[in-house]
Design a protein around this ligand. Sequence first.
Ligand SMILES: [Zn+2]
Length: 238
Amino acid sequence: MLIILGYDGLEYDFVEKNNFPNLKQQSFGKTDLSDFKEPRTIVIWSSFMVGRNLEADILKQGAKMWGTKIKPENTFLKNFKNHYTIDVPGFSYVLKQHETERDLLKGFFDKKNTIKEFDKCAFDHHKFVKEQFFKELKTNKDLVFGYFNLADVVGHLSFGLELKMKLIYQELNDIAKKVQIEHPDATILIISDHGMQAIGQFGDHSRHGFWSLNKDIALNNPKPTDFANLIAHNFQAN
Ligand SMILES: [Zn+2]
């Protein structure tokens, strides 16, 4: 069984500095985003799913890019018989939720809503995804891919607030810990699209991502597009 924890915006430097053991797992490192002009969420996750850089194709769609829907047969999912994904950008993305998040982000800068209201929207969705994800892990799947965007969404308005972000990372660490304890025989991949860097109290995307695996593996600064092949050929055992 393969379990993928897709942690949007998980910052390598923050994980290292604060030493979250269940995020780091046995092997971990940065991903190389140099093939991408900008570290865009929808572009990187979609490229991760298909194993090829889709930046140009996705940007062509303009504002509609968030609605990108890639067919499973064009992704690494074709190598799995019984898979489940929740909220993966470009694939099973819950578009309405994320449109609301973007409206609330803009609303904060337009002084229409507070950070608290913005955070609540993100936390409520996180709780929903987490419940579904753990429910699916109890069924007989060969791949479960949960996408959690708390580090990115909350990070945009709060990445400079270290204590607050530590609580967010602790929550993501605890999800990983529960997965590791409950599924000791599974291959567990933790992956982010990009990290975050503080801009005062706020945050913006950094130019590297994060990966970790609960196995000994030497991956030298892999690209997001390298994983589809690894998933298909190396991560399926047990
Ligand atoms: Zn992102």
